[in-house]
Design a protein around this ligand. Structure first.
Ligand SMILES: [Zn+2]
Length: 75
């Protein structure tokens, strides 16, 4: 039985809903039916991983700056 995440376009409430054939889709807070279906948790995790890939450890040890520790001025 699929569980979907929805965000209410009226009040912004985000909630999960176990969707059956007779499930009425409405916001639990304001009863609005203007709902936006959210991406699944797994899809969201994949998207963020691709947007910010983990950098390999370099000489700096923290940010991978090629000139060595402290060269980046931050680490
Ligand atoms: Zn609402």
């Amino acid at each position: 039985m699929p569980i979907y995440e929805y965000a209410c376009e009226e009040c912004g409430t985000e909630f999960e809903l176990l969707v059956r054939a007779d499930t009425k889709l409405e916001c639990p807070t304001c009863q609005s039916t203007q709902l936006e279906k959210q991406l699944s948790v797994f899809a969201t995790a994949d998207a963020s991983a691709q947007a910010a890939p983990t950098l390999p450890m370099g000489p700096c040890g923290s940010c991978g700056h090629p000139d060595g520790p402290g060269a980046c001025g931050i680490h």
